[in-house]
Design a protein around this ligand. Structure first.
Ligand code: APR
Length: 263
């Protein structure tokens, strides 16, 4: 594990100060916060879209043309997602919510690891892999029912018991609209945020990648923790290019140190 150098230490103190003195801090997370839980992200080397072309496997039009292809991929990646556990990055954000510093998490992730780590105010703007519904009549199915259907309905992929339309996990595919409430709420929170902590996202997919602009427009500050550069780095107050699981606990530790000094 690369050590935290002096410059990064200073940035961690800066991030801790910004968060401690914030009134409406929120976090925006992407797949990068779950890689240390064993779930590959999308665009890093070895990421999901390297193995499975998004235009074939991650797009609603290709899903409707051939749901079976999507389910072949889903069956290969699902075990990794379902057995994953939260990592230190998830727990650090849950602690910041407990401390009353983080008001909400807007996540592009579908793995529910934030909730498993104890975070409560979590807006899943790209849905969740733990819910399944019918594209025809919106009937909803559990993971167990889907597992049984995958064994029985190999030819078509899981179909609805009532209207025979294809079933799909409640995750947002390219070409689909995002859940309205979660998106409106996220835009409102981003506008209100005086600090947005962005972790583990390449900020390359709209409309979520525009949320930090709502914060900047209202003179809010960005803190970016990501092991690769992003297009918003030069607009951020603090950028720490390091592993999330290493940095976020150090930010929480620094906040606790500052709180002790205030006593
Ligand atoms: N620590 C810090 N940064 C990390 C770590 C880590 N342990 N692991 C990965 N990263 C960084 C990568 O360098 C990358 O910049 O996290 C970022 C993940 O970016 P993407 O793979 O593009 O994931 P994300 O931004 O969440 O993608 C957004 O695209 O395909 C759609 O719906 C999908 O929600 C997804 C959306």
């Amino acid at each position: 594990m690369k050590i935290i150098n002096l410059l990064e230490k200073k940035k961690i103190q800066q991030a801790a100060n910004l968060l401690l003195n914030s009134k409406e801090a929120i976090a925006l997370t992407g797949a990068g916060i779950s890689t240390e839980s064993g779930i590959p992200d999308f665009r890093s080397e070895g990421g999901l879209w390297e193995k499975y072309k998004p235009e074939i496997y991650g797009n609603i039009k290709s899903f409707l043309r051939n749901p079976k292809k999507f389910w072949e991929m889903a069956q290969k990646i699902a075990p990794n997602i379902f057995k994953a556990k939260p990592n230190l990055g998830h727990y650090a954000l849950a602690e910041l919510e407990d401390m009353g510093i983080l008001k909400a998490i807007i996540t592009q992730n579908i793995d529910e690891l934030h909730q498993q780590a104890g975070s409560v105010i979590v807006y899943e703007v790209h849905g969740s892999v733990n819910r399944f519904s019918c594209l025809g009549c919106r009937a909803s199915y559990t993971k167990e029912q889907i597992y049984r259907k995958l064994k029985r309905e190999k030819k078509t992929g899981p179909i609805c018991d009532f209207c025979a339309a294809p079933l799909k996990p409640s995750v947002v595919l390219f070409g689909e609209g995002l859940p309205r409430f979660e998106m409106y709420q996220s835009q409102a929170l981003a506008q209100k945020a005086d600090v947005m902590l962005i972790t583990g996202s390449s900020l390359s997919v709209a409309p979520v990648c525009d949320l930090p602009l709502y914060t900047l427009r209202e003179k809010g500050k960005l803190i970016i923790v990501n092991d690769q550069p992003t297009d918003l780095d030069e607009k951020a107050e603090v950028v720490i290019n390091h592993k999330i699981g290493r940095v976020l606990p150090l930010i929480v530790e620094e906040i606790k140190k500052l709180l002790k000094e205030l006593k």
